[in-house]
Design a binder for this molecule. Sequence first.
Ligand SMILES: [Zn+2]
Length: 220
Amino acid sequence: MPSLGNRDVSCPHCGAVVKTRMSPEISAGENPDLRQRVLDETLFDWKCPECGYEAQLVYPCLYHDKENHFMVYVVPNSGCCPLEPVDVGEAFPQFNGLAKRVVSSLAGLKEKVLIFEAGLNDFAVELVKLALTDVAGKKHHKTATAGYFCFADEKENRIGFSFFLQGEEKPVQQGTRMDVYRKSLEIVESVGTVLQDDQFIAVDSAAAEDILRVYRGGEE
Ligand SMILES: [Zn+2]
């Protein structure tokens, strides 16, 4: 039987058909090499052995980490491969009780891995990021188009992010005190975010704005 992850890929440059190993399912515990490739952002790197052409081969991928209680579904928004809706409770009963997130990019997956491995609440991290997006933009007089969590250091009382500014290729770093994270966590807990165990949800800037709306509404 052919390996589940082996697919034929046609090189967009020379047309060679290349047997390519894909990893539609990654277990953090069993595939430490693939976890590292997520953190290096090289998981989807593809190189044609015939002509040397390099490309990003992005495909849907399910990452799970039982030890840190989370799983992330990477659903590329390029729409290359239509997805069947997954009933997680039925398909993966062993993952009941895990936080389930959906992201659209490898950078998004890497961010979730860093957040959950650090034992942080990703709703609260998104709230901090939302505030810092504004700070980073004002500081550099540009619009911040995307931001990613980088690290949290309790001892140094710092939480750090990188932000991409409009028209700039390299991200800028922006951090703040962990107190801001703790305050954000209080907000998340006071709002009582409903966590549906059986569904993959996007916890992003839109989710953070929803929380703020409810929080501010509740204060009136
Ligand atoms: Zn080629």
